[in-house]
Design a protein around this ligand. Structure first.
Ligand SMILES: [Zn+2]
Length: 570
């Protein structure tokens, strides 16, 4: 589970992809891939339940995650979806039927107005651009009872859930999105609510061990007021036979702030309200038959220990196999929807391939990581190397077992003939729009030859577009446009003869470093200011006054093209 309200900052440390899962007590690591370790635990749990006769032998393995809707469905939510995915894939390989579900905890009350939202087209918009009042007036109401700020679907909750489902599809994970509101309305929680309320005293005592402020009046249920639509904790009595509660609309406390109720006194059925989160989570395990659920470390210290107790002592069920993952930071800071430090799957997939993003989540979940959007080149390079290890093109004994196991789960299809242009080289190719020139440059660097299949060229060129988007978003050293045609120039004679001499040098065939050095030497020999000579180069290639490290850049280009351009011939 990820919880928007708990944001902790932690230092990102470098991640070693080869890091195996923690050794067992005997110091051995049974599996290279952490998902296999989890699958072992799930299988042991299933076997135990079958032996006890507490499990339907035909029941699928259920893997869950969940989130309370907030401002923007972002990459952080995929901590659970992707960890669940890898475990699901491992179990499917082992012959199990697996159902991966993700609950949108959309019956939760809106507790604070988010500062940023994502619209239907994944644009991040500030509150000023939507009907913020509609959100503000609805504090305390379930997300599914709040109008969609973009006016497209039934509710704000549905808007959020749809975007999350769309993200999962983009990254290629088949996860079933479930609405908590729907589950309550269908009566799926009826039994769990009845059980919790029939053991009110035990439930209260148990919760008091974990949470402050649980007094003698505490009832583990929140009713939705029939007058104002807000959820209220003011439960005055419970009628277990009629499956109703009497409530007084006193509102609720949220994040140290009181959301006022309207004072109405009424009756609500068990479906016209909800369990508080600490009880709702284990109730979901019961309702959905959950076998495994990953969650962030905030829950490891909070809702998980109480949930485990509630499952065993109140609901009389086995809690699922847990897994605590470390959160990743984004550009060095904690992910925060409210502070606007978020990135969406849609945005990320404009800059790298889904398999690279999957790879990010395949690495050891116990280690803190940083998703550094300015250095996506490093992440892509790491993925490329992982892939090369899988295909035996790079020797790495430590990494090989993990690559062998996890790589096929990263890609849609395992294809050895693929072409991966190094990401920064792809960014260089992204400086030109000329498709043929891109291919010529890839060919001159040896990435493409006559045997390269057309599909592989297309996929390689697709990375060029992504690297270009990355360069533009970050406005980094690759964010320049190579001019396909010779720009208008007006150089003096000394500069012209220096350019001609540099052209001769390039024609001899030298690498980028050599060309960079020669630019300085040539300028000196012709008594031209170095800065003027570089400016001439930038004018010729980018029609600009500045650009990337020129020599290295020219080294990446097709020699014939560079020579022609330096000679101002085309
Ligand atoms: Zn009310």
């Amino acid at each position: 589970m990820s919880d928007e309200d708990t944001e902790t900052t932690r230092e990102a440390t470098d991640e070693e992809a080869s890091q195996p899962t923690e050794p067992t007590e005997t110091g051995e690591t049974r599996h290279a891939f952490w998902a296999d370790e989890i699958a072992d635990e799930i299988e042991a749990r299933i076997e135990r339940q079958l032996a006890e006769g507490t499990r339907d032998p035909d029941a699928p393995v259920v893997i869950k995650g969940g989130v309370s809707p907030s401002g923007v469905p972002h990459l952080g939510h995929f901590n659970e979806i992707m960890r669940g995915y890898f475990v699901a894939e491992v179990l499917r390989e082992r012959g199990h039927e697996v159902r991966q579900v993700f609950t949108s905890d959309d019956k939760d009350a809106l507790r604070k107005v988010p500062r940023t939202l994502a619209d239907d087209d994944w644009n991040l918009v500030g509150l000023g651009e939507v009907d913020a009042g509609a959100l503000g007036r609805n504090l305390g109401k379930p997300y599914t009872d709040i109008p969609d700020p973009f006016g497209t679907v039934d509710s704000y909750g549905a808007h959020f859930t749809n975007l999350l489902a769309e993200s999962a599809e983009m990254i290629g994970v088949d996860v079933e999105m479930l609405s908590n509101t729907d589950l309550y309305a269908e009566g799926a929680f009826d039994d769990a609510v009845a059980t919790v309320l029939s053991k009110q005293d035990a439930a209260r005592d148990l919760l008091a061990e974990y949470q402050d402020g649980v007094d003698d009046d505490y009832v583990p249920f929140m009713a939705q007021c029939s007058e104002c639509g807000k959820l209220t904790t003011g439960i005055r009595s419970v009628d277990l036979d009629a499956e109703t509660v009497e409530y007084e609309c006193v509102g609720m406390e949220a994040g140290g702030q009181q959301i006022d109720g309207c004072g109405h006194a009424g009756t609500a059925t068990f479906r016209e309200g909800k369990l508080p989160w600490r009880f709702e989570w284990p109730a979901q395990w019961q309702v959905l038959g959950v076998d495994f659920e990953p969650f962030g470390k905030d829950h490891a210290e909070g809702s998980w220990p109480s949930g485990e107790d509630i499952a065993r002592q109140i609901l009389d069920i086995d809690p699922p196999v847990p897994m605590t993952y470390e959160w990743f930071t984004l550009d060095g800071d904690a992910l925060s929807s409210s502070a606007g430090n978020v990135v969406t799957v849609a945005e990320v997939l404009e800059m790298l391939e889904p398999e690279v993003l999957r790879y990010f989540f395949a690495r050891n979940p116990k280690k803190a990581k940083d998703f550094d959007t300015s250095r996506l080149d490093q992440l892509v390079d790491e993925f490329d190397r992982f892939e090369q290890v899988y295909f035996g093109e790079v020797d790495d004994e430590d990494l090989a077992p993990l690559a062998e196991r996890a790589y096929p789960m990263l890609v849609a299809e395992v294809r050895e003939e693929r072409v991966r242009l190094p990401y920064t080289f792809a960014a260089v190719l992204g400086m030109t729009d000329d498709r043929d020139l891109r291919i010529r440059m890839a060919r001159s660097q040896g990435f493409v030859d006559d045997d390269t299949p057309e599909w592989a060229i297309e996929e390689a060129l697709a990375r060029v577009e992504k690297a270009r988007t990355w360069a533009e978003r970050n406005d980094n050293a690759y964010n320049y446009r190579l001019q396909a045609d010779l720009p208008d120039t007006d150089f003096d004679a000394e500069i012209e003869s220096a350019l001609d001499e540099l052209a001769d040098f390039v024609a001899e065939g030298h690498d980028g470093d050599a060309i960079q050095g020669e630019i300085y030497e040539t300028a000196k020999r012709h008594d031209v200011e170095t800065s003027d000579f570089f400016a001439a180069g930038y004018r010729l290639f980018f029609d600009d006054t500045q650009g990337p490290r020129l020599g290295e850049f020219l080294g990446e280009l097709d020699d014939a093209f560079v020579v022609r351009r330096l000679r101002r011939e085309g």
